[in-house]
Design a protein around this ligand. Sequence first.
Ligand code: PDD
Length: 294
Amino acid sequence: MIMPKRKEWTYYKSQTTPKGLYLPKDKVCIAPNDRGFMLGDGVYEVIRTYNGKPFCLTEHIARLKRSLNEVRIDCPDVLKIEAIVFELLKLNKLRDSDATIYIQITRGVWRRSHTFPTEPVLPTTYMEVMPLTPIAEDTKRGVSAITVSDFRWGRCDIKAIGLLANCLARQRAKECGAAEAIFVRDGVVTEGTHTNLFGVLNGELVTHPKTNHILAGITRDTVIKLSHNLGVPLHETPLPETKLYELDELFLVGTTVEIMPVVSVNGKLIGKGTPGKITKLLQKAFNDYVRSGL
Ligand code: PDD
């Protein structure tokens, strides 16, 4: 029997739909002159739900507001995002399952110009929710990674939609049979293409400090909190690339990967080449934390 395709409800607010509409995805029409489409002039967020409950929604919305502020997009509607998230989960029948929520806000529609629109323009807001594809096997076994030069811009702290460098790096990883590309800037390991990074050396955690060279990940913050609760010492300090292979353990963290052990980098084993003790301890604490109260 051929199953009918699930109707994907999205939210779209733009110059042509100024009130904001819930629309099936195939009915959304993005204007060619949308500055997000034409110039990558916009910001985004990715949020996860566990059993229909968005994880760290307040923190994600706060980061979205910060990104908007940093790129000077004035979007008061950001206050309504929480309500739209719940409506989309309802419309898509995802109130009892795990899903990802995507939010994108661009500077709106205006003839192509490197300077901002000279008249007030309504920012474009697009939101969709998607059922989550499980990654449990990788989480247990661990994945491999490669290193690449961090050829991104200097404001990686802004969750900007222009992800060409990230895409090129992750595609290179895929073609090398690896799951993630780890960026290295000036000899220092910064983060992954869509993840932050933690190393373990002699029982202590190390992660890049919050600077303009990494995204201040919500999962990163959660892992730091959990490591404090577990009494695992943690240092927010730059990790030289040369120290990467001396690590006992290495793992990626992010909304879509949670805590993902990295067992080899550039074909060289990290530690014993299997997920390490502290990684597993944090994975358990993380699972308990995100599922608690659900
Ligand atoms: N990426 N670093 C980068 C460059 C990222 O793009 C992300 C998230 C993270 C982890 O942040 P968080 O823990 O808040 O998800 C770190 C999202 C998931 C994406 O682009 O799909």
